[in-house]
Structures are given as C-alpha cells and as structure tokens.
Design a protein around this ligand. Sequence first.
Ligand SMILES: C[S@@+](CC[C@H](N)C(=O)[O-])C[C@H]1O[C@@H](n2cnc3c(N)ncnc32)[C@H](O)[C@@H]1O
Length: 246
Amino acid sequence: MANEEEQKNHLFGIKDLGHKTLLQSDALYQYILETSVYPREHECLKEIRKMTAKHPLNIMATPADEGQLLSMLVKLTNSKNALEIGVFTGYSLLSTALALPPDGKILALDVNREYYELGLPIIQKAGVAHKIDFREGPALPFLDEMLKDENKKGSLDFVFVDADKDNYLNYHKRVLELVKIGGLIGYDNTLWAGSVAAPPDAPLMDYIKPLRGHVMELNKYLAQDSRIEICQLPVGDGITLCRRII
Ligand SMILES: C[S@@+](CC[C@H](N)C(=O)[O-])C[C@H]1O[C@@H](n2cnc3c(N)ncnc32)[C@H](O)[C@@H]1O
C-alpha cells in the first residue's frame, strides 16, 4: 500500500514522469472534450468535425479543443484581419471565422479547393462565408505577392499556420512581416506526434519521419527569434504561439 506522499505523486504524475503533466491518458483527453469542449461547440463545427471524421485523411483535421483555443485567441486579441495557411475541410477556419467580429476577414490559403468545398456548405450555413476569402494554390508565392504591397505589411492581427511542415520557416519569414506588432501567429504540429523528443533512431511512422527535422529546426529557430515572444502549448499536436514584439 503506497504511503500518502507516493499516492499524491502518482496522482499528479510526478513520480512516473519527473515533472508535472496533466494529460496522462486518453481518458483524461476524452474528459476535456466531453466536459469543456463538445458542450460548447457550435452546431456547424460539430457538423464539420463529424463529416471530416469519415474522410480518409481525417488525421489532418484540427481537433475540437484546439479549435476552441483558436477561437479564444482571436477574441482575446480583438483580431479583425486573419490569415490561415492550410484549410483542409475547414474546422479551424470556421472556428476562427465564427470568432471574428461581423466585419472581420480571414484570408484562407490551401493547395486543394476540393477539401475546402467539402466544408463550405456547412460554413455557409453557419453564416460566416462572407468573412472568408479562400484562395487555391501554394501559400508561399501568394505570401510573396502580398509582401509586394506595402499596405499589407503589418496588416494582420492573427495567423494560423497548419500546412506543409517543411515550409514553416519560409512561412515564418514572410508572415512575421505581414502580422502587426502585437499580433499573434500560431504554428501547428510543433510537437509532431511527440517525435521531436524521440531518440534519433526511434522507429517513427512514415509520414512523421521526413518532417521531424524540419519541425525541430522550426522550434529552435522560434526559441531564439528576438522579434517574437513565444509559448509552446501541448494542445492538439502542439501549437506554438508567437507574439510579434518588434
Ligand atoms: C493539416 S491540414 C489543415 C487542417 C485544417 N487546419 C483543419 O482545421 O482541419 C493541411 C492542409 O495544408 C494544405 N497544404 C499543403 N501544402 C500546402 C501549401 N504549400 N500551400 C497551401 N496549403 C497547403 C493541404 O492541402 C491540407 O489541406
């Protein structure tokens, strides 16, 4: 029978992991979803989530707790002009669009319009399609075009990047010029299924392996970039929030 100190340590996961952590099990994650996320999830977000769950690439979808975080961040920052890179069927896009004020705008970039069109009827039903400017194509050249317009520099309040991980550093260089001082950028998947902390020779899934180095390089870069303040959260697959300070 464990003594009181051991029981306390076990409860908080300190004994097993050597540090404080909350998410010790899938059951705890389900608890968060069922207690704090799903009861407050907009009906149309539920609909996109359930429709996307049937898609063969459903692993790409932004999870509902992360959508809730994005919504909170958009509101806390009083964001009006947003950008999303990597739309898929639109869960994070709809979360953001719903959180923006009635005259808010979000530019949404994705190489694949077909994914977006799966969620579009639901976005229209939610009454926020007028806030969205969707553009099909690779994001980098689009950002380069935007940067040619001096008026676009510093024009964004909020950016969410959730696309090709090997381009995140390229996105960072550009997006940091497009976001205003005090604006927020969220980079998704910065824990990359936990692989960033795995030993170099650990067996990794095929889609994880080739991009792990890029995610680790991004994390190092963001940590030393004096133009931003950062906060890496273990929500979803890891999201690093960057606030532009200069
Ligand atoms: C992880 S999914 C995005 C998930 C989405 N945020 C959600 O809420 O479900 C990544 C998306 O990035 C898009 N993508 C990949 N490479 C891209 C690129 N170079 N430019 C723009 N979009 C890209 C893919 O088509 C895919 O829809």
